[in-house]
Design a protein around this ligand. Structure first.
Ligand code: 8Y7
Length: 282
């Protein structure tokens, strides 16, 4: 998998950990934009020191029930963080957005991967991503964050999500995005019941064609809470168990809040995977 770092293509060693850097008002509750900016940059630097291979900067909450954020506000949240981290780090930065304007500005500011929970389906997003030259992560979501958990319904969830991701990969290739810059994600918790999430995690090897890296985000999610009965602050062990098992099943990138612990888990799972018949990831 290839991403941009300071505008140039760089190969990403897989499996990798993507650190989550949320820049939403609720994620840094102390007053003032400057204090929040400093806190966000510090957190990004800490995740890099902890071994993150990518830092994912997001300014729009996509939690179940969350409301949309306007473009100007999203830009004000993410751009200074991306600029600040790009000036201090050689670690690839990703921007978690669905808006073409944010994609363009974030890549110009130093992001090298576009992580889109709407898989570049917004008007103009595919073209903006292709023109930027950045890598992309195409995530499956059923519905929109505000209502997606109301009544998600599938026939064969693995087949449906797999077909959706294959179609979005094809659309990206047709738009001129280099195949080695495309990754996919089944979108754990995005318009899915627990049984759908588990079916997808159990069948990771069937979700994408060989050579298309699969990203998995389970960190602290309600799926872990439902299984373990624990609140978000106590979901580390459950999240790590899913991280290990996802890598064992072929996941290439794990998106996580707790970077240091996840890096160790991914190293161990990866060593075991390489010792078996799994082979190496691209
Ligand atoms: C995911 C994600 C979130 C995920 C990808 C959270 C932005 C909710 N989850 N992006 N974003 N995959 N690719 O709990 O699972 O982090 S937001």
């Amino acid at each position: 998998m290839q991403v941009l770092v300071h505008g140039r293509p760089v190969g990403l060693a897989l499996p990798a950990v993507m650190g989550i850097l949320n820049v939403t008002p609720d994620s840094f509750s102390d007053g003032g934009r400057y204090a929040s900016l400093e806190a966000a940059i510090d957190q990004g630097l800490r995740m890099a020191a902890d071994g993150a291979s990518i830092i994912d900067v997001g300014g729009e909450s996509t939690r179940p029930g969350a409301s949309p954020v306007d473009t100007g506000e999203e830009l004000r949240r993410v751009l200074p963080v991306i600029e600040g981290l790009a000036a201090r780090l050689d670690v690839p930065l990703s921007v978690d957005t669905s808006k073409p304007e944010v994609m363009r500005a974030a890549v110009a500011a130093g992001a090298g991967l576009i992580n889109d929970v709407r898989a570049l389906e917004a008007h103009g997003a595919l073209e903006a991503a292709a023109a930027s030259g950045a890598a992309v992560c195409l995530m499956h979501m059923r519905g929109e964050p505000r209502s997606m958990q109301e009544d998600p319904c599938y026939g064969d969830v693995v087949a449906e999500v797999g077909a959706y991701l294959a179609a979005r990969v094809e659309a990206c290739r047709r738009a001129g995005i280099a195949p080695e810059r495309i990754s996919v994600d089944p979108g754990i918790g995005f318009g899915k019941r627990p049984e759908h999430n588990l079916a997808l995690l159990a069948a990771l090897d069937r979700l994408a064609e060989p050579g298309v890296p699969v990203l998995i985000g389970v960190s602290r999610k309600s799926l872990v809470g439902i299984i373990t009965g624990r609140p978000p602050g106590e979901r580390l062990a459950g999240s790590l168990a899913f991280a290990a098992l996802a890598v064992a099943r072929g996941a290439a990138i794990v998106r996580a809040h707790d970077v240091a612990a996840t890096v160790d888990v991914v190293k161990v799972a990866s060593a075991l995977r390489s010792a078996g018949s799994g082979g190496s990831l691209q």
